[in-house]
Design a binder for this molecule. Structure first.
Ligand code: GDP
Ligand code: IMO
Ligand code: MG
Length: 423
């Protein structure tokens, strides 16, 4: 196996960072291809915690080249801070180890201001991370975007920002009544930051093409999760990129090749941050208990994550919409010893039984059908209990793909591989 994709199979925060970190040990190249610093990927090594937002999780390994592909929306200021933070953790970052596409779309101050104003003053609250992600993708799609390579030429940058500001200025002045920088102030700020980013700017598409020709092992690190996908997710409560498998081909390129294995990461239960429907959400003390035990706080915004039972109709949908070939089941330790353990096997939706979700389904209308599951009490050091084996087997049978990884703690070592990857 020469290439592997890691995709969040739920609403994000499934433990992608930890799995990417471990599989980076066997990879030559690790690629981020969508999203931006709305992501928060946590890696815990002994007593050290590293949270990566924009930089691929492969950066922890000196033998890996980390790539930020052109599908990522790039905030140069957030990059500067992340670079400083990870260097403080003793991690080496240099242009040999990290390569960034000059074709990434830049998140400007205008994008961040729009995100904040819409969330605080607009008619619908999505509960975004406030990082300017949606507005930056809007600029890209409407062909007004600033590309990273534009930061290297002041005149072009000023010209593009001036054009970009014309429509937004009407919103800032007339709708949101807020302060905003002039095009010149923003050009000055971004041009300065561009000097820091310049040494990392590379033609990452050709780099990947060459890596594939040389049979190097490539790992694609998805951000967010399939239910936050702009096309497959619980729209409008989604992010603005293709978080599913398809995002790899538009956001990084895999010229002339396919991806050998697509590993979907799912918690043994479900969580969600931000607004939007959540069929198996627990509003009881038990939900709070899982939230506390799992330390379910967002790695980017610190917000509490909502918690609920594992939702098989959503996972089946994730398998279909991203061609998942196996599953990593994380946070099993949190679900240990939980009395009244349940799993959602079906929905009742507009009078019909459904065992798999589909694009456009209104999740706020579904009634989850919950089944009781036998509680497991594993310490994960000895053999798995019959109860846990039954829980895993049930998931495999329903999804039709194997569970290849079990994670039972935040530490690197708290993991069991049931299957070989990247061999
Ligand atoms: P990501 O965005 O998918 O990379 O996930 P996050 O880092 O946002 O959130 C996952 C959280 O769970 C982090 O705090 C991890 O350290 C932690 N974690 C990962 N796997 C496990 C696990 O198996 N058990 C427990 N208890 N924590 C885990
Ligand atoms: P990782 O990669 C969980 C959610 C936000 C909000 C919605 C839109 O760590 O799994 P945005 O700022 O993207 O416009 O917000 O998406 N969201 C995430 N939730 N994990 C993430 O990333 C997320 N990135 C965005 O909470 O509901
Ligand atoms: Mg996260």
């Amino acid at each position: 196996m020469k290439s592997l994709a890691i995709i969040g199979a739920q609403w994000g925060d499934e433990g992608k960072g930890k799995i990417t970190d471990l599989l980076s040990l066997k990879s030559d190249v690790v690629v981020r291809y969508q999203g931006g610093n709305n992501a928060g990927h946590t890696i815990i090594v002994k007593d050290k915690k590293v949270v990566l937002h924009l930089i691929p999780s492969g950066i922890l390994h000196d033998h890996c080249t980390s790539i930020i592909g052109h599908g990522v929306v790039f905030d140069p200021e957030a990059f500067k801070k992340e670079l400083e933070d990870i260097k403080k953790s003793g991690i080496t970052v240099n242009p040999e180890k990290l390569k960034i596409s000059g074709n990434c779309s830049v998140i400007t101050m205008f994008n961040k201001l729009l995100d904040h104003n819409r969330e605080n003053k607009g008619p619908i609250k999505i509960g975004t991370t406030g990082k300017g992600i949606g507005p930056a993708y809007e600029d890209k799609i409407s062909r007004k975007g600033i590309k990273l390579k534009d930061l290297l030429d002041y005149d072009i940058l000023l010209q593009k920002l001036s054009a970009n500001l014309i429509e937004k200025e009407c919103l800032f002045k007339n709708l949101y009544d807020c302060e905003y920088p002039s095009a010149k102030e923003e050009a000055d700020r971004l041009f300065e930051l561009g000097k820091l980013v310049a040494p990392f700017v590379t033609d990452t598409f050709s780099f990947l093409d060459q890596a594939r020709k040389e049979d190097r092992k490539i790992l694609f690190e998805g951000a967010q999760g399939i239910l936050l996908d702009i096309d497959y997710g619980s729209y409008p409560f989604v992010t603005s990129s293709n978080t599913s498998f398809g995002g790899i081909f538009t956001g990084a390129g895999m010229p002339g090749g396919n991806v050998d294995e697509v590993l979907g990461i799912t918690k043994a239960y479900t969580t969600r941050v931000g607004e939007g429907p959540f069929p198996t959400e627990l509003f009881s003390e038990l939900g709070e208990h899982i939230q506390n035990k799992g330390n379910e706080f967002g790695a980017t915004t610190g917000r509490k994550r909502r918690c609920g039972w594992l939702d098989l109709p959503l996972l089946k949908y994730a398998v279909k919409s991203s061609n998942l070939t196996s599953i990593a089941l994380t946070k099993l330790d949190v679900l240990c010893d939980i009395e009244g353990l349940k799993i959602c096997t079906k929905y009742i939706y507009r009078g019909e039984e459904l065992d798999c979700a589909y694009p456009g389904i209104d999740l706020s209308e579904v009634e989850p059908v919950l089944e009781d599951v036998e509680m497991f009490k594993d310490d994960f050091k000895s053999e798995l209990s019959n109860e846990l084996n039954t829980y895993i087997k049930r998931i495999e049978d329903e999804l039709g793909i194997p569970v290849g990884i079990l994670a039972y703690g935040p530490e690197r070592s708290e993991i069991k591989f049931l299957k070989d990857f990247l061999n």
